[in-house]
Each structure stands twice: as structure tokens, then as C-alpha cells.
Design a protein around this ligand. Sequence first.
Ligand SMILES: [Zn+2]
Ligand SMILES: [Zn+2]
Ligand SMILES: [Zn+2]
Ligand SMILES: [Zn+2]
Length: 697
Amino acid sequence: MTKVCDEASSQPPSKKRKALDESAETAETETTKTKKAGSCSKQAGSSGVRRTQSRAKLSMLPSLNLDILLEIFSHLFPIDLLHLARTTKALRNLLMRRNTSTVWKYAFTQIQGLPECPSDVSFPAWAHLAFEPVCHNCYTSNVRNISWILRTRLCSRCAKICLEDADIFDAKNNIDKYILKCVPFNDNDCRSDCRRCCLASDRKRFVQELKAHRKDRQKFVEQKMAELAARLDHALLCEDWSKALANERAIALRQIKDNRHNAISEKLLQLGYGKELDFLSDERADDVKHSEYVPFHKHHLVRHPRNLTDKVWDSIKDGLEDYMQKVRAYIERKERKELIWKRRERAALAWNKYRNVECEPESFLPNQIDIWVWDPVRDIIERPSDAEVTKDSFEQVFRGLPSFIESWQRDKITQIVHNATDTMKWISFPGISDLELATCVFTCSNNFFHSLMRCYEDNQSCLMWFPEFVHHQCNTLMQRGYGENDEELQDLDSCELLSVRSETLGFRRRQWSARWLFFDDKASRTVESILTACGMSQSAKVQQLDQEDPRLICLKCSFGAKCDGERCFFVMTWRTAVQHNVKKHFGDRQTNFQRISSLDVEEAKRLETAEQVRRLSVNPNHPQQPVDKSWRCTWCRDCSVEPGALTLVQMQKHQKRRHNRLKESLEESVDYYRAYDRPPPQPYPVKMKPRDPTVNL
Ligand SMILES: [Zn+2]
Ligand SMILES: [Zn+2]
Ligand SMILES: [Zn+2]
Ligand SMILES: [Zn+2]
């Protein structure tokens, strides 16, 4: 065999060589002990450390009898021979000599499964390609990808420089067509983008050769194509070999890691960390991720690919114990938290039971979160973990609930009054009773929630009178994941107990707060104007105005013209009139209204009913407007299954289905109650020609 030993001439400078040797020694020394692995033998690895010493001794080697030398060398792996050849000039000369090719050959036979060194590649170059994980262009270490067809390893940077895309060659071009046929092209293994490319150097050499074979070009090309076909077959075999090797290495490495993992677990078990280990392995099975600590199997001391010896254990023991202590503390915190939630659940059950028996369903009541933060209940919930807490424990302190509820209601109403005081511009400081004034109008700034909760019709603004704003949904519901810092408890977002999925998906109950409410000055002035039109006192309560139930026309729309029995007007209820001014006239303070004659009200109401029927007949599939969803279920109140505000028919169905209650046995204010969080449904405005009301006076 005539091997040209050109590898040695292309050897990198010594500084780089050191990097090579170090990189050749991977952490998996155990794997490399097997002869199959070959590339990274222990001897080769340690040579980096003992270089000077070894060289001093090795320098004597060439002076030994050649047969003895060759006998010694024949026990080495190819990579060892390569390293040896780089140590001294004498050894290099010896190992690069043709007559030592049997040593190389023998060395390669020790590598199980590696296809034979191709006849056009020298043994050292073959060893260099197969076993040295370095870039063949810049000698960067840790380049694992081998292109067996291009017979090179390239780092990503050099791949850009050394490779040429197949795209740049034109199959119709005289030279290019031969390049595409005869030069080795790699499909994907050197670069991640899977493009066909060849080595620029291969291409250049081929073009030169092609030019030299001007006379027998056809023969030359055929020969090259045959060579390429053989090279491709060989490359495929090499590919299989390196894949199998990588696989074996991965398995062996896994084994080492598993052994270490198990050995460390055993040690920690002996130190009393059994519970923590179980916990960690459950977390691993459930793929739990959190920021408190890294998972056990990912801990750098655990996953290190080295068998655990006593010496190693001594050096890592403290670090691992610190880690286990951290896990222990975490488990304690977690268990405590779970216990607290269990207790809260019991408190909520006890409260629901109490509320359903003792409280008027219509009344303004705290929800379970407000109960949890009530001191006597909070004290029970936060008792030491070993204390027993049952439903009874809560029922005992519930004797104090009536006075708590009273003070809670006062406190919340005062919050609303403060809100009003902060935002109102024209009424003097209100007291609690002032909240019932018709001129006391609130709005909620959380329009985003309203659209999600669909609590207002498209043409409606959120205008609220007593008691609607007290029961307004934004006071007690919020979107999950938007935890507000005005809540006293943590982690409410993750509590299933607080979900309102049947009512508004993605929402949960919150501790009562009036943070979104503010006084609506413009609406308030509009009411003032309506009261004037009705001849009512400015201190009339909303209930009085509702009882009066006047019908009004907007004088701004008619440019001041009043009812005269001939002119057509839109006639509205007082609430619709406020909505009208806010929407249509942007809450203009100058807008005046006229109340139509009581003689026309009957006709207006008849038209309102007719209007509803007309709209329904025009569009039967459209839900009847406005939908009268005025009722809530007493038994489901504040539970996750609460269906929300329902029509009476829906409520009857719900009671039958969920509570097995027949329609006839249902009682208002017992089984269901008025949904005060909803605006009372208003009839459509109707067109009519009201008479002049002053004439009839
Ligand atoms: Zn490179
Ligand atoms: Zn709101
Ligand atoms: Zn108007
Ligand atoms: Zn119910």
C-alpha cells in the first residue's frame, strides 16, 4: 500500500495542538476505555498533562530496536499514533514512513466497525478525520460533525468560507456540469441548512485536473464518476459507523449518569432525605418547573458524567446537603400553603351554609375572601399546621358574624362614599344616605371587563344608581392573572374555588373593592335636569323616581321645541333619557327635558310593548331586547358553578336541573333573588306626538 503521509505536514501549530489533545479527551473516560471508541483513549488524554515528561522519555524511543518499537506501537490506537507522531521529529519521521503502515493498519483494526481507510487517504489523515474533533480549517476544538463524503470537519464559521453551494454551478455550463457530476457534494451534514455544497478546494483541484485531461476528458470524467460512486458508498458506511458509535457513547454516558444519580440518591437517603427525594422524583415525573431550585436530575453535582467514589462524595456532600435543605424548606412551605387552602375551603363551606340560613339573599354580603380575611376566621386558618381545623371550628366563631357583616357593609359603603367624594365635583360631601339620591350616579372605568362580562348592551353606557353600584360585578370579580395588589391574600389567582367559569370564563372572585367606581358628574347633572322637568325635588331618591316612572322627551334634539300634539318625538324613560344625553349629547349639561302628560303615558307604554313585538317579528332569532336577566340563584351564590344572572324561565330550569326544585315550589327571595348588579331593563324609546302637557294642568 502506498500511503502518502501528508497529514503530518498539515499538522497545526503546537498551541493549537494542545487544544486538540484536550478536546480529544472527553469527560466520558469510561466509555473510551472500550476499544471500539478508540478515538479518545486514556493514554492520549493524559499526555496533555504530562507532556514534557513524556517527551523526554519518548525522545529515546526511536533509538530502540525498530521491531520492538513497532511491536509497542501496534498496541496503540490510531489517535495515539497520531499524537505520538506529533511529539518529536524522529517519531514523526518513523511513523510517517511507508514501511510503518502495518502499524497503522493494525491500529485501525482495533476500531471495531470503522470502514477501511480509503485508498486515496493516508492513515494519519484518516485518523485525523475520524477521531479528532477539530475544524480542519481553523483547528477550533469540539467540532463533532464529520462530513464523510467531503472527508472533512468544519466549524460553522469555516463552513461558510470553505464550502460552495451547488446553486452557483450551472448544469448547462461546460465545466460546471462536470463539477456537479464528479466533485463530492455533501447534502447536509456540515451545515444545518441542508443545502448541497462541495469543498472549494475539491472543486479547484478537479477543475485543474479536468483542464489537464483535455484530450481524454470523457474517460477522465467517467473515472471520476466511478470514484465518486465508490466514495459515496464508503461514506454511507462511515456514517452508519459514527451514528452507532455516538449512540453507544450516549447509552454509556446515560448509564454513568444514572449510576451516579442512584448512588447520590442512596447516600442522601441514608442522611434522611427520603421524603425530599420522593418529592423531587414526583416533580420530575410531572415535569414541574419553578424558580425555587433546579430539578435534582439537572443539578450540576448530580448530572456530572462521572462515577461516584467516596472521595468525590466527600467533596460534593456539603453542596448537595445545602440543596436538599432548600428543597425541604420548599416542601414545608408548599405543604403549609396547601393546608391553608384546605382550611379556607372549609371556611367557605361553613360560610355558605351560614349565609343560606341566616342572611337575606338580596342583602349586600361579603364573599368567601372577605370572610377569610375576617380576623377570627383568619386566626383559625393560620393555626399551627398540627392543629385540627374542621368546619365546626369556623361555625363556633360565626356567632360574631352578624356584627362583622354589619361593620363590613358600613366599611364598603363608606369606601364608595369616599370614591364619590374624590371624584364628584358639585355635590357637597355626601353621607351614606346620599348614595340613594337619584342624582348620585356612578360609572365604572373598567369597560374592558364589561365587554368580557357582557353586562351592558352595545348601546348602553355603564351608568349605575343605588344599589346597582354596590353590587357591581367589577367590585367582586376580576380577570384571572391580573392580581391586584389591593387584595390582602396572595395566590388567589391559582385558586379553583374562586372561579366563576359558568358566568364569565377566565374570571375569578376577588376581595370586595370599589377601586373602579367613580362618580359620574355629567350623568348626575342630567338627572338634575330630569328632576327639574318632572317638578321633583333634587333630593329625590332613585326609588322615588322609579316609582314616578316618567316619560320624557329631549328638548336638545328638538332644538327647544316642546310637545304640542303635532310634533313627533322620541319618548323615553328617565334612565334611557340619561343614557341618551350621555351618548348622544356627550353629557351636555345644558340639555333640558320635558315630561309628557300623564294622559300620554298609557299610550307610550302601549307603544313600548308594541315596539318590542315588532322588533321580535322583524328578527325572531335576535334575543328579545332588552333581556330581562334579573335573577340569581341563592344556592349557587359565590360558588364556581354559579350560572350568573338569569331570566325567570332560565332560573326555573336551573333550579330543576341543579337543585331538583320544581317550578311551583320556588320562592322569590328564598331560592332566588334579584340581581341588583344588573341595570333594570328599560323599554325601547317610542315615536309619538305627545300633547302639550301644560294645557291639561
Ligand atoms: Zn473552523
Ligand atoms: Zn365595572
Ligand atoms: Zn337629545
Ligand atoms: Zn343554583
